[in-house]
Ligand binder design. Structure first.
Ligand SMILES: [Fe+2]
Ligand SMILES: [Fe+2]
Length: 169
């Protein structure tokens, strides 16, 4: 049975995930540069685990909990709608890149069939570049706005929903 993390402070939890995303970006770039290094299989497995479980949960936390709550609570003229439309679009392109990166990462984890993954480096670097820009927006604009306009009750609701998502509820 997998561990079931209890989310207590949802905004800090999201920010913590963003720190983790930065590490994933570095790992992807390293793998793109040295796909046959001794540590490549382990790095590929670590990124795969992240893609298969954590990334979809994080995107759901933002699209199902955070963004709708901010939309409800914040003023219309703060430019948030445009930012969120852009971020949601980027989540979709993340998932596109993700579906191409996963099969390549599986080959890298086993160090087989590497001659078929010539686009891996390009996809990995695109993903890392997009991701860094994306989380700069989220940390720089979205989370500060959430801190301003969400109530304690909103945060408690978010914590509950994010915990349930991790428990497969
Ligand atoms: Fe996001
Ligand atoms: Fe995020």
């Amino acid at each position: 049975m997998s561990e079931m993390p209890q989310v207590r402070h949802p905004l800090e939890f999201l920010e913590g995930h963003h720190d983790r995303q930065r590490l994933i970006c570095v790992a992807l770039e390293t793998l793109a540069q040295e796909p046959t290094s001794k540590t490549a299989p382990e790095t590929a497995r670590m990124i795969l685990a992240y893609f298969e479980r954590e990334l979809p949960l994080h995107i759901a936390d933002e699209e199902k909990d955070l963004f709708p709550l901010i939309r409800e609570r914040c003023d219309e003229d703060d430019g948030f709608d445009e930012i969120v439309a852009m971020l949601e679009e980027e989540h979709d392109s993340d998932m596109d890149l993700h579906s191409r990166l996963v099969p390549a990462l599986k080959l890298l984890a086993d160090q087989t069939g590497l001659e078929t993954i010539d686009v891996f480096a390009r996809d990995a670097i695109s993903f890392a570049t997009l991701q860094r820009r994306h989380l700069a927006w989220e940390n720089g604009a979205v989370l500060p706005l959430a801190r301003q306009c969400l109530s304690q009750e909103d945060l408690d609701g978010m914590a509950k929903s994010m915990t349930a998502r991790r428990q497969g509820a």
